[in-house]
Write a protein that binds this ligand. Structure first.
Ligand code: ATP
Ligand code: MG
Length: 258
């Protein structure tokens, strides 16, 4: 495990080397159905270290299901997910729940629309929690958490409970929590969906800086073209499938491919 610490450049842009980097996470022929509805209809996707991938598409097109399947939260009906860990390739779909939960804790970070922070805990306690779950003593966990909060512009707010922070500040606490264990892939599901555009840009800067700015990967579901335009790649979904780039070029003015 590599529990990296900040600082990172606040306005880091995606690594241009991402396109030639090997895939760190890949999904092949992913299928997931819920009763009669097909959330993933045979999907292939590769995520490389150092890139930010925006997942776009209409409501119900399978964005959240794809994110959760890549992250080992949801098991696909068929297909597989492979993760390149420092010690080699692992088949996430073949892991038992205990191992998958360990993988999620150690290698992945998560930021959701409503941060899912624990309201009874302070900012620093929320960020320190993943480290304490990984066995770090409280003092060291809180020391690292403090570094991350400061790097995300939240110095002085460590002792506030989540309800005492603005929406944008709370999202930055969520980003600190997602990154404190040195996650190599961060998954974000509409992390700026509840924020105004200026706050959204701040949060996106923090998210990009703390992930691609460190050579890690960011997979971000968004409905916002301005967010997608900041990512190194945009993937459009429709009815559980990745749209070929020819059908999506122009919608964000950027090259698209899966
Ligand atoms: N737990 C579930 N039980 C039943 N159906 C589900 C479940 N999760 C997703 N679905 C269905 O799978 C399809 C894809 O859902 P998903 O949540 O992945 O869409 P989405 O693209 O994230 O949509 P949104 O933009 O509204 O968040 C939808 O038809 C949805 O109703
Ligand atoms: Mg969703």
């Amino acid at each position: 495990m590599n529990f990296s610490t900040p600082p990172f450049p606040a306005n880091a842009t995606p690594h241009t080397t991402a396109f030639s980097a090997p895939a760190i996470l890949s999904g092949s022929a992913l299928v997931k159905t819920y009763g009669s509805s097909t959330a993933l209809a045979g999907m292939d996707i590769s995520i490389r270290a150092g890139e930010s991938v925006a997942i776009m598409g209409a409501s119900g097109s399978g964005k959240t299901t794809l994110l959760h399947t890549l992250a080992g939260i949801t098991s696909p009906d068929s297909g597989r997910v492979d993760f390149q860990s420092p010690s080699g390739s692992v088949d996430v779909t073949a892991m038992n729940e205990r191992d998958r939960s360990r993988l999620r804790r150690e290698a992945f970070g998560f930021v959701f629309q409503q941060g899912l922070l624990i309201p009874e805990l302070t900012a620093i306690e929320n960020v320190a929690l993943p480290l304490m779950l990984a066995g770090y003593p409280r003092r060291e966990a809180e020391g690292r958490a403090q570094h991350w909060l400061a790097a995300l512009g939240l110095a002085g707010m460590e002792a506030r409970r989540i309800g005492e922070l603005s929406g944008g500040q709370a999202q930055r606490v969520a980003i600190a929590r997602a990154q404190v264990t040195g996650a190599t892939v961060v998954f974000a599901d509409e992390p700026t969906g509840a924020l105004d555009s200026a706050t959204s840009e701040d949060v996106l800067n923090a998210l990009l800086g703390s992930t691609v700015g460190q050579g890690h990967a960011l997979v971000i579901v968004t409905h916002d073209d301005a967010v997608a335009a900041r990512c190194s790649r945009v993937i459009h979904l429709r009815d559980g499938r990745v749209l070929p780039s020819a059908q999506t070029a122009g919608s964000t003015g950027r090259a698209v491919s899966a």
